[in-house]
Design a protein around this ligand. Sequence first.
Ligand code: AVJ
Length: 323
Amino acid sequence: MFRIDHNLSAGDLDKALRTDVAEGLTSRPKSLPPKWFYDERGSALFEEITRLPEYYLARAERAVLEVRADEIARAADADTLVELGSGSGAKTRLLIDAMGRHGKLERFVPVDVSGDFLAASARRLADDLPHLDVHAVVGDFEQHLGLLPIGEEGGRRMIALLGSTLGNQEPGPRAGLLRAVRAALRPGDSFLLGADLVKDPERLVAAYDDAQGVTASFNRNVLSVLNHRLGADFDPGGFDHVALWDPEREWIEMRLRSRAGRRVHVRELDLEVDFAEGEEMRTEVSAKFRREGLAAELADAGFAPEHWWTDPDGDFSLGLSRA
Ligand code: AVJ
């Protein structure tokens, strides 16, 4: 069974893009939120990133799921799985299959802003698993958690936020998101959080600055998104990819550095923006976590952390907390 709800129209998304870009390009330093990376090409480039030798995150998370999925399913004991920012859903299948074996799973609710991608992968899953009620939601989980189709019936839910997606938020908004997830749950429901862990900075930087330059293309692609969607005239090739480790804040920061002084026009915003030679614009933070820090953030949001699993190398964690 397959259904898709739209909590977000193309118009809403367009408005959010305009606001974000107008704000980001006129701030000092300039910045753009990472959620605009993911047009069709950006999503495909991210899939390619997950297969790079340097990008250990996806493999490490998969390794945890391969060993622990049944244990997770038992601990959650849920009839509904909600996945926030579901993307292509490849690793989710491990979770769904384990929850199916556990015997209670009835409903899967994948939530993503990227509607086309979501519809295609959710439909494929529904075709494959005819007894599963797949109820996809096109929405921005930073804003629309209250609208998820999980409110009325009894039963138990698990909300999953995988892939270290949480790391894209700075501490303030991150606390807000965790509180919003907590508010969407009822007592006994659970929250499965995938988080990348602090490790050797050299490995971290390599994961965001790969030898083949795929991450560089992914980073520059956000400029093409602005060109296509807002009539901007960025020359993506005129910007260098920068990835650096901030040891105080324990996050990777991606930036685009203008190789020359230039003026950029954003037609749809009626905006002209000057870049100095060497000026850097921040395009993403990707926070890395420690067990104690994450437990404290979860507790602050009202969760009780219950389980903690990592891959054998200790690179990536999955944590299950109870609401
Ligand atoms: C999808 C947000 C988890 O931060 O590692 C990959 C995105 N950026 N390479 C991450 C990303 C650069 C990724 N997340």
